[in-house]
Design a protein around this ligand. Structure first.
Ligand code: EPZ
Length: 417
């Protein structure tokens, strides 16, 4: 459950360091299973989803150690076992164990994954890719079982880009004979990070970050190290909060090129954005102008994960902002809670039109998903009075101490636990 008490009105000042990417470390942790070796991961964010993934690896016989922001996984003695349902259903990324287990064991048995309720989240593209590589599937309402006496490299063509399906195909293809070519692959930076990690483990993968990824198999090595790429959505969260509250914030240890659509929008809203090699400084007087039409698209377009964050920052911006959510059909649910704070948001199917209002007023709101919860925090920081945010556990799945991070910048956010 967990409750945060937020008092709006403070400006934000100072420096903050961005965590490692949740959506990079989770597929990479599945990847530690692909061959028997010892891997050391640094810049690992302290998240519940990471903890759950390490529990899954332990169930499969891996030795795991997590100290600070460093995780070591020894998968040399891993062995097949069905993954417990209570772990699988905690998050979406657990579905990536299908590809990793097929590559390592030639079989996999998982239940349907969990994850944020953003509308239907099918896994048909994942399963088609694994079948293309020669896996036989058995499905029930609750479970997915795969067998592959031998995975065979193949040409996989996705009808639409899918981050998870691209990652699952890459993981499985590491255990396939011959060359696999993935066409219409998703291009997110987290996929490039997975390629870098798997190649450090002895894979031969190229093209990640483009729409064609080629996997030429794997010559496993005994030890690999990898630093997780910075979390571009965590960076977007802090910058949207600074824009909305006003102030002068420098986000460090990030890749500015990974969030260009967000910084472009914040500049259109009147913020002064200065990009360094691995930092972004944002100065805002808190008086913002609507940025125009924001359409979410696969990378390098505007990321769906940042839509709730920028939408919150637009709630007091002068003028009208139209958000077109093209990735997830249920990703405007958070607007109902934002309306409770006084936001003028008209939602019609996948479109939300935000008209700036002069003030928001604190009240009790409920987080319904990870990024929707973060959006409520941003809105609470803009509102007059106190906002009580219920179900902050959605937020702690993907942010390492977002409350403490914002408090260090001057925000009045208290975790009541
Ligand atoms: C990943 O989810 C991220 N999660 C999401 O971040 C992110 O919003 C999404 O990619 C962006 O595309 C992780 O990496 C753990 P998709 P994923 O497959 O892989 C449809 C967050 O807040 N689709 O790229 O599940 C799907 O319904 C989370 O950090 C199928 O139809 O997303 C969606 O409409 C939320 N069939 C579209 O593709 C499939 O088999 C893109 O989904 C798979 C997906």
């Amino acid at each position: 459950m967990g409750i945060w008490k937020i008092r709006g009105g403070n400006r934000l000042y100072g420096d903050t360091y961005i965590q490692g990417a949740k959506n990079a470390v989770l597929p990479i942790l599945s990847g530690t299973l692909v061959s028997g070796c010892v891997t050391k991961l640094t810049n690992v964010p302290r998240l519940r989803d990471v903890d759950n993934t390490l529990k899954i690896l332990s169930c499969l016989g891996c030795q795991v150690e997590w100290t600070g922001h460093t995780v070591t996984v020894d998968s040399r003695n891993a062995g097949f076992a069905p993954i417990p349902r209570e772990l699988m259903t905690q998050m979406r990324s657990s579905v990536l164990f299908l590809g990793a287990m097929l590559a390592r064991f030639g079989r996999a048995e998982v239940s349907m994954p969990g994850g944020c309720m953003l509308g239907p989240r099918p896994v048909d593209l994942h399963l088609k890719a694994l079948e293309d590589l020669g896996a036989q599937l058995e499905l029930t309402d609750e479970t997915i079982t795969c067998y592959a006496s031998r995975l065979q490299g193949e040409r996989i063509v996705f009808p639409t880009p899918s981050v998870g399906a691209t990652e699952n195909a890459m993981l499985a293809a590491c255990g396939a004979w011959g060359v696999t070519v993935i066409e219409n692959a998703a291009r997110e930076p987290e996929i490039e990070d997975l390629q870098t990690f798997l190649n450090a483990m002895g894979a031969d993968i190229s093209g990640a970050g483009t729409d064609v990824v080629v996997i030429r198999g794997m010559r496993p090595i005994s030890y690999a190290e990898h630093a997780i790429v910075p979390d571009r959505i965590a960076a977007a969260t802090v910058l949207c909060a600074a824009a909305a509250c006003g102030g002068d914030v420098t986000a460090r240890a990030l890749v500015p090129e990974h969030i260009l659509p967000i910084t472009d929008a914040l500049e259109r809203m009147g913020c002064q954005v200065t990009k360094g090699k691995d930092s972004i400084r944002l100065v805002s007087d808190g008086v913002l102008t609507a940025p125009g039409v924001i359409e979410t698209l696969p990378y390098p377009g505007f990321p769906t994960d940042a839509q709730p964050l920028l939408l919150a920052a637009c709630m007091k911006a002068s003028g009208e902002t139209t958000f077109l959510e093209t990735i997830f059909s249920g990703r405007l649910r958070h607007t109902r809670q934002l309306q409770r704070l006084g936001g003028n948001i008209q939602v019609d199917d996948h479109k939300a039109v935000v008209t700036g209002v002069p003030r928001l007023t604190g009240t009790t709101v409920q987080a319904t998903d990870l990024r929707g919860g973060a959006a409520l925090v941003i809105a609470g920081l803009m509102a007059e009075g106190e906002t009580i945010l219920v179900d902050r556990d959605h937020i702690t799945r993907g942010y390492e101490r977002l409350d403490a991070c914002l408090r260090a910048l001057g925000a009045d956010v208290i975790d009541t636990d």
